[in-house]
Ligand binder design. Structure first.
Ligand code: NCD
Ligand code: ZN
Ligand code: ZN
Length: 399
């Protein structure tokens, strides 16, 4: 397959042609014969290292088909799915059961995390991707903090004994699980291994991550939402939404290059679950289909430079987990997304592909990709699904 158009290449936007073979970018040249034109701006597919697609066990909230379909429509072509399913993924058999179930339903490429436990040395041969929960959602086996060499360990850093479990509204939830509990958790990790800190929600945590030489991510909701918005239980998430000024501070850190990557922490719950009393409603926000389009709108209005967006959404996430993705260069996977930068749309829950049917970003301006290609196969064209289940499992740490 040969395509031509305007694409992001080594820091610039160039006009040229891309030859794709066996799912990879084979050649890039000024021009080629027999090409198919793709209009607008072509970027590498986005990479999301933190999603909860809820299969097996919680398919009423989301499943691997609807989750990966939503990812595709949002320009995300590689996702890493968390292990807090039912049963949790904490050994070879639960991993294989999950892989067998979800692989046939994958619309984009994917990898799967294990819970970090005492069997990490064995599990890392299968896939060196682990999740360490220091919060209460899925406790790691008790006892000392674990680590494992040559692996990617994403940490939910909220110290269990520091947080108050019940809250009655968004402001109270922020006070019940204060930033200091995140800071204390990261402090406990210092010197204990090389970790990736998930959903950093305070600038106080950033200095510690730097000191500990930990990589870290920020979620879209800690950048675009805050605790004083009238979201009610739909804004309930762990770690909590913080004050508006903190969200603005995190945005500044992102702009000045002090945030490694953005990851969605797509954590859907049903409307029925969210319509409960605040203290009873589950924490989590669906994000995977809306965050890249919102970031592309920020690029469009000049609030974020394109090169920075490509770094935090595509390039750096791929580098952190060692996969040949996130760049339009020879030898890389042919995962491409294309935008018409004039085609601004308002986010509407009814237009999204989530099973949960809601979004906290109703009405936000966004730029959705009109074309999405995964491994050289066109999945979305002219904003319509044209190819299904083209995704494959990718073991991380190869590069
Ligand atoms: N982030 C959340 O608020 N919820 C996540 C679990 C987690 O990451 O804590 C979920 O799986 O629902
Ligand atoms: Zn978490
Ligand atoms: Zn999470």
């Amino acid at each position: 397959m040969r395509i031509e158009g305007k694409f992001y290449y080594k820091g610039d936007i160039v006009e040229g042609a891309i030859e794709i073979e066996d799912g990879k970018i084979k050649r890039i040249k000024k021009s080629m014969i027999g090409t198919k034109e793709i209009k607008g701006l072509i970027l590498p597919g986005a990479i999301d290292l933190h999603v909860h697609f809820r299969e097996p066990g919680y398919e009423e909230k989301e499943d691997f088909y609807t989750g990966t379909l939503s990812a595709a429509f949002g320009g995300v072509t590689f996702i890493m799915d968390m292990p807090n399913t039912n049963p949790p993924v904490k050994d070879i058999s639960s991993f294989q059961d999950k892989l067998r179930r979800v692989a046939p339903k994958a619309n984009v490429d994917f990898s799967l995390y294990f819970m970090l436990g005492n069997n990490a040395e064995i599990l890392k041969e299968v896939n060196p991707a682990f999740k360490l929960y220091m919060g209460e959602t899925t406790n790691v086996e008790g006892g000392e903090i674990k680590s494992v060499e040559n692996a990617f360990i994403s940490v939910h850093a909220e110290l269990s004994e520091c947080i108050r479990r019940e809250s009655k509204n968004l402001r109270d939830h922020d006070l019940a699980r204060p930033e200091s509990c995140e800071v204390k958790a990261v402090k406990m990790l210092l010197g204990k291994g090389n970790y990736h800190i998930a959903h950093v929600s305070s600038i106080d945590t950033i200095d510690l991550c730097k000191a500990g030489r930990f990589t870290y991510e920020v979620t879209p909701h800690h950048l675009f939402l805050h605790r004083d918005m009238p979201l009610g239980t739909y804004g309930k998430v762990n770690p909590p939404l913080r004050a508006k000024w903190m969200a603005e501070k995190l945005w500044e850190e992102l702009i000045n290059g002090r945030i490694d990557i953005v990851a969605s922490d797509h954590a859907p719950h049903t409307i029925e679950e969210k319509e409960q009393e605040f203290f009873a409603a589950p924490a989590g926000i669906p994000e995977v289909e809306t965050y890249v389009p919102i970031f592309m709108y920020m690029v469009k209005i000049g609030k974020l430079h394109l090169s920075r967006a490509v770094e935090i959404l595509m390039q750096r996430p791929a580098e952190l987990v060692g996969v040949k993705k996130g760049k339009i260069e020879e030898g890389y996977d042919a995962d491409l997304i294309a935008f018409n930068l004039n085609d601004i749309k308002k986010i509407r829950a009814k237009d999204l592909h989530y099973k949960c049917g809601w979004t906290p970003y109703e009405g936000f301006n966004a730029l959705f990709p009109h074309t999405v290609i995964v491994g050289g196969e066109t999945v979305v064209e002219n904003y319509e699904l044209v190819g299904e289940r083209t995704g494959k499992f990718v073991r991380i740490g190869g590069e």
